[in-house]
Ligand binder design. Structure first.
Ligand SMILES: [Zn+2]
Length: 163
């Protein structure tokens, strides 16, 4: 009984991150997470921007991964996160294949906008003034990200394997 419950629990937690990945793989913008807030939808599907210094993720420093809030795609490792002082969560590099980019000329500036490669949701802009070896600064809206702590991912994987 307890074993079944634990298995069910781990499947539920794990599938909330993994299952959405099976049903998307489209390059067109698509709302997959029906629980997105109005603000999240505005940023992800109308190229909006959250207020600077408004994201709780600015203070997040634990080890883990940052996923797309819409589709669960794994986008950044915590090791690439740094404090840019801009007020938005910033990363020196994205995980391979995480994003697709396009040039945007809003506000009279040429900027490179990036979108989740799997669901097409807008996440932010990437600049060439990063302080680390990559030279990149991914300036990401915190509302578009879900942080998953590394040890929870490992725990869930172990539960699935051994239960
Ligand atoms: Zn996505």
């Amino acid at each position: 009984m307890r074993r079944n419950f634990l298995k069910y629990l781990s499947l539920t937690i794990f599938s909330s991150f993994i299952l959405p990945l099976n049903s998307l793989f489209a390059n067109t913008k698509k709302i997959i997470n029906k629980n997105l807030t109005k603000k999240q939808k505005e940023i992800m599907f109308n190229e909006g921007t959250e207020r600077p210094f408004s994201s709780d993720l600015l203070r997040e420093s634990r080890k883990g991964f940052y996923h797309c809030a819409n589709c669960g795609n794994k986008l950044f490792a915590s090791t690439s996160k740094f404090d840019s002082g801009t007020g938005w969560p910033s990363f020196s590099e994205a995980l391979p294949g995480a994003f697709k980019t396009k040039i945007d000329y809003k506000f009279g500036m040429k900027r490179t906008e990036y979108h989740c490669a799997k669901c097409g949701a807008h996440h932010g802009h990437v600049f060439n003034d990063g302080p680390t070896k990559s030279g990149k600064r991914f300036c990401n809206n915190g509302l578009c990200l879900i942080f998953q702590q590394l040890y929870l991912l490992i725990l869930n994987t172990l539960l699935l394997v051994f239960l």
